[in-house]
Design a protein around this ligand. Sequence first.
Ligand SMILES: Cc1ncc(COP(=O)(O)O)c(C=O)c1O
Length: 383
Amino acid sequence: MDHSAYGSWRNIATDDAVSLSFGFPDPDLFPEDKLHTSLKTVLADEGDDALQYGGGDYQESLTSFLKEQERERGIDFETHELLVTNGATDAIDTVCRAFLEPGDTLIVEKPTFMGVLGVFRNFGVNIVGVPVDDDGMDVEALADLLETRQTAGQESPKLLYTIPDFHNPTGTTLSRERRERLLELATEYEFGILEDGAYSDLWLDEQAPPPIATLDTSERVIRVGSFAKTVAPGIRMGWLTAPSKIRTAARSVASGGTNTLIEGVLGKYCEAGYFDDLLPEIRETYRAKRDHMLAELDRQMPADVTWTDPTGGFFIWVELPEGIDSQSMLEPAAETGVTYLPGPLFYPDDGGSNSLRLSFTYVKQDEITAGIKALAESIETAR
Ligand SMILES: Cc1ncc(COP(=O)(O)O)c(C=O)c1O
């Protein structure tokens, strides 16, 4: 695939089109007042310290909050440690810097979060994709791939990156059995797992199975998280939890420091209970939007179009009829009144040409209705 094409979708004019493309949170859910109150408290209580190199004490509140939250998910802080980062992407970049070398093989789901494909490519690694079905990564396809590679004398992959909970872009969730099988394979072929939990808190029907990191007994899983979808992307705050020796290695390559002021503000915000208070409203809002988009797809899509049924997260993945190319359909679709992200953006190799990702979180319900109508029309025109 020509990766220079990556920029082109950004240029699609969206003023008159409903944007179902970006994984943006609903701005009505941004907790501006509570962040403001938290900022004022941090500055009033800590003054210059909050602004100086190193930051003030409220940062500790964030670490304590996150450790408590991760402990509740099952992470054992006798053997694990936590590192606050400038977002999940920064956490992933840090892990790459600590562990990857050019030429290493890295396994990802195909499709996967396009933002990390760019990060991984920066490290000159060989990216290999494993298909996803309704239960997340097809771990038996992974087993076959690993065996084939071994038989051919190829090195084991160094790392596997996965989004097991409410996957970006498909919305699927990895079953518990598959999580266990994945760990068996990781032990057999000796690779590490980078588990991205960016959407773990955003379950809409029921929680995802336990994090892979909590089922791991061989200290090979690093789990990352983000506040981008539960507070706001602009605060650029995330974290990683990892077995202590891995966390130490990651810490040693983390340069430039974190945004200590925002860390303190978020520490205060979480300590005050604002984070936990807002989650039910976020889930309720996104549940209603997800249900609405699914109902509109049911009502308006041609019979030969299929889509996933996410139980959380931000996204629905749509498979178009054979022969319709989602990239060439984008410009006419934008003129008809909708934008989406074409499937190939999420593939490490060729693939995904007749699929696309819809995000249900950003726009209002009436816009979802109009967007799906325009999508249905665009599909009919593209036949
Ligand atoms: C799976 C996944 N991980 C990470 C991120 C980005 O997180 P952050 O904004 O904290 O870097 C996203 C955002 O779209 C995502 O979908």
